[in-house]
Design a protein around this ligand. Structure first.
Ligand code: DAH
Length: 345
């Protein structure tokens, strides 16, 4: 037995990795190992001999086990020490710079508009991008076959009934129907819209609109719309901004207007941003058409309202001096970084 232990002691010195150690453990202590083999001899011994033999055998086994465990610990420590030495961090080296992201400016403009209108008691609502013809056109006073549909040619998903909405105005109808002609409404709805357009610097097959609707039994007039627009324009483009309405035509408002702001760049003198006119158009608006009110469950004899729609990219382009709408939808960081700068002339 002592010899066996000695041979183990000699062999263990040459072990260089855990695998070898495991093999050695099996050789001595495994079921068929040499120390285990010694215990089979017990059967041949007398009771007295068994006692001393058994005690000795246990002692040898314990010694062998601790030899192997000590070796294992020593090897694991060596591995860890080596790893620690290799992976040590030099804290005097300069840190890697982490570039911070910033919110998409389109989102920033939309949030600014949302906050402003919420402060005036408006709700921010959502509408579906996959819309029914009924909401996108019919309830907005644009029946099937109406010429106005041509200007909003869009993507139809199922026959001519289900489509990608060409405007957020359909949400007006949805909200009015949901309130069942009973309650006053103040809502804005930002969202994606789609049109079959060629993509260029100012057009995209997909763009964002911010819709607004106010309905009440009070005497709501174009003056209220003007005041609301003026407040929004000053908030977005600065206190020295003035506004004007130009007559226009939309099927779901009567009268209808184009909403212009004074050019923030030249202050109305004329420059290349406002195409020398001193004014920039930012959206359409008007008094909600009685047909629309009636179709959507609001008695037009009692209720009145105004509606408006801004092009969100247009607002962001003007505010941040972006001259190509496509810049919002590509991922070129060099372009994105320029967004924080206003164009000088
Ligand atoms: N939906 C119109 C468009 O896409 C914009 C618009 C005009 C919205 C007048 C309105 C409105 O709510 O009253 O061209």
């Amino acid at each position: 037995m002592e010899e066996l232990l000695k041979s183990l002691e000699e062999k263990i010195v040459n072990v260089t990795n855990i695998n070898e150690l495991n093999e050695l453990k099996a050789e001595y202590l495994g079921k068929k190992g040499s120390i285990s083999a010694l215990s089979s001899k017990m059967g041949e011994l007398s009771i007295e001999e068994k006692k001393t033999y058994g005690m000795k055998l246990n002692e040898i086994r314990t010694k062998a086990e601790s030899l192997i465990e000590e070796k294992r610990k020593a090897m694991e420590k060596a591995i860890l020490d080596e790893k620690l030495a290799k992976e040590s961090i030099d804290i005097s080296l300069p840190a890697t710079k982490v570039t911070a992201g910033s919110p998409n400016i389109l989102e920033k403009v939309i949030e600014e508009v949302e906050e402003l209108f919420m402060s005036m008691g408006y709700d921010v609502v959502d509408g579906p991008e996959v819309e029914e013809d009924r909401y996108n056109f019919e309830l907005l006073n644009i029946p099937k076959g109406h010429a106005a549909r041509d200007a909003q040619d869009t993507f139809y998903l199922k026959d001519d009934e289900i489509l990608l909405r060409s405007q957020t105005s359909g949400v007006q109808a949805r909200v009015m129907l949901a309130h069942e002609g009973k309650e006053p409404i103040r809502m804005i709805c930002p969202g994606k819209t789609y049109r079959r357009d060629d993509d260029d610097a100012t057009h995209s097959h997909q763009f964002m609109q911010i819709e607004g609707l106010l309905v009440d039994t009070e005497d709501i007039s174009l003056c209220d719309l003007k005041g609301t627009f003026e407040t929004a324009a000053k908030k977005l483009f600065g206190n020295d901004t003035t506004t004007r309405f130009r007559p226009s035509y939309y099927q779901f408002t009567e009268p209808s207007v184009e909403m212009d702001i004074s050019c923030f760049n030249c202050k109305g003198k004329g420059c290349n941003i406002c195409k020398q006119t001193g004014w920039i158009t930012v959206g359409g608006a008007g008094m909600v058409h009685p047909n629309v009110l009636n179709m959507c469950g609001y008695d037009a004899n009692k209720w009145h309202g105004f509606a408006f729609g801004f092009g969100a990219e247009r607002l962001a382009m003007l505010k941040y001096g972006v001259n190509d709408l496509r810049a919002f939808y590509n991922v070129d960081l060099r372009e994105v970084k320029n967004f924080d700068r206003r164009e000088e002339n």
